[in-house]
Design a protein around this ligand. Structure first.
Ligand code: GLC
Length: 440
């Protein structure tokens, strides 16, 4: 079955390759799309043989299992894992440097959903004809949008991500609270109640990710969106100098001032905040779905297995709005063996592989059908709030200069949270900065 599919693809490829080569010449790119040459080959998906997968640190521990499944079936086209750092900005930096050096060291790039425009505009990744990705129509539409630049596909959505509110259901129950909070005020009132019980004495109220890195852009955007504001408006224009954005940022600033957010959270990325929650130091945590499986481990690594539940993010006057996260697989323009790379990507993006992955890691799939799978819903009660979180999520700005845009957001938010700059001034300055960066 597998063999027939790739064989059919190879046959179809001959015809497509011919027209793409013609197109490349007609466009004057001078790119021959040559197989296995290691040179920039932005056109055809040619060449078979070993490949590499460059990805951020695999905190799930399951990625190598997935790769082993491919390697067992493709002994001459094995994929080797190239693990990059844990935080998104450091990953991006290594991938950019690699592309600028036109290196063929990374074949498939596990790209944060926010990088597509930059990598595509710079031709660091290869455009992928949609007919090479048979299951695209079955994925959540919001995830497919993240993989496109100017309506063309440059990657394949692999995992999605939506922010969730993790909470200690045991402690809420002991304090007589039966429902998760829907607003920031309700959340803070719940903290006061729980902290007054013997079991909740001294526990931190809430944390997200507030270190100066991509996660801060996410948390800042969610605070702004959850207060009714925007980072960019419907036309893509910067829109952060507004009362709503101020309300969102001020909430975070005040939460730090009053200790609702413990002060060490200014150093938290995803993993630090997950560990604090797992060690029983937090009542509420904003984090991604991958935390669900790890925090429920019964091997002694989590003190709160079975003692927490998951709800949608709270907001200013009602449920909050998540930033859309996730990862797409792209093919480096400088890679060898692109025909193998696209087959590997389709293998990893299949419904069966995504199901196997969520079962082990609780990472959000991109297949719509998996969110309605009764067995999965039993095992992962967070699937319904997660689907809602992803469907209502707001994308971060889809701009070519995303690296500069996120750096500006991180600096403004960090200075406000550490009380170096007042929220008004931070937002007014950020608006000016974003206006100079977002011109398209
Ligand atoms: C997660 C998300 C990604 C986001 C990052 C921020 O990995 O999937 O989109 O940029 O967290 O830290």
């Amino acid at each position: 079955m597998r063999f027939e599919r790739s064989h059919a693809r190879r046959t179809a490829f001959v015809a497509v390759a011919g027209s793409l080569a013609l197109l490349a010449t007609a466009c004057g790119s001078g790119d021959k799309g040559s197989s296995g040459s290691g040179g920039a080959s932005t056109g055809a998906l040619e060449g078979r043989g070993p490949i590499t997968l460059a990805t951020g640190k695999d905190t799930s521990g399951n990625l190598q299992n997935q790769l082993n499944a491919w390697n067992a079936q493709h002994p001459n086209e094995k994929v080797e894992l190239k693990e990059l750092p844990e935080d998104a900005d450091a990953q991006r930096q290594q991938m950019v440097q690699n592309a600028q050096a036109k290196s063929d060291a990374y074949s498939v790039l596990v790209m944060d959903v926010v990088w597509t425009s930059e990598f595509a505009a710079n031709q660091w990744i290869t455009q992928i004809p949609e007919d090479k990705v048979p299951d695209l129509g079955k994925l959540l539409p919001a995830t497919v949008e993240t993989a496109k630049y100017r309506d063309k596909l440059y990657a394949v959505p692999m995992t999605s991500d939506g922010g969730l509110l993790y909470y200690r259901s045991d402690l809420l129950k002991a304090a007589g609270i039966t429902e998760a909070p829907k607003t920031w005020d309700e959340m803070k009132a719940d903290c006061t109640k729980v902290q007054a019980t013997p079991a909740g004495k001294g526990i931190g109220c809430y944390a997200g990710q507030f270190e100066k890195y991509e996660g801060l852009t996410v948390n800042f955007s969610e605070a702004v969106n959850s207060a009714g504001g925007d980072i960019v408006d419907k036309d893509g224009k910067p829109n952060v100098n507004t009362p709503e954005a101020k309300a969102g940022l001020t909430e975070l600033v005040n939460d730090f001032k009053t200790g609702v957010i413990p002060k060490e959270a200014i150093t938290y990325k995803e993993e630090e905040s997950r560990r604090a929650f797992q060690d029983g130091k937090l009542l509420f945590l904003r984090n991604w779905p991958y935390v669900y499986a790890l925090a429920n481990k019964t091997d002694g690594s989590s003190k709160i297995a079975g003692k927490f539940a998951v709800a949608p993010l709270p907001g200013k006057t009602g449920p909050g709005v998540s930033s859309l996260g996730g990862h797409d697989y792209a093919i480096s323009s400088y890679a060898k063996n692109k025909a193998t790379a696209i087959d590997f990507i389709n293998f990893m993006a299949s419904e069966a592989r995504q199901k196997a992955n969520i079962e082990k890691t609780s990472q959000a799939p991109t297949w719509a059908s998996l969110y309605d799978d009764p067995t999965l819903n039993k095992q992962f009660p967070y699937l319904a709030p997660l689907k809602a979180s992803i469907q209502n999520a707001k994308p971060r700005p889809r701009v070519v200069k995303y690296g500069d845009v996120t750096a500006a957001i991180q600096a403004a938010a960090y200075d406000a949270l550490s009380q170096k700059t007042a929220p008004d001034k931070a937002l007014a300055d950020l608006q000016t900065k974003l206006q100079s960066l977002i011109t398209n």
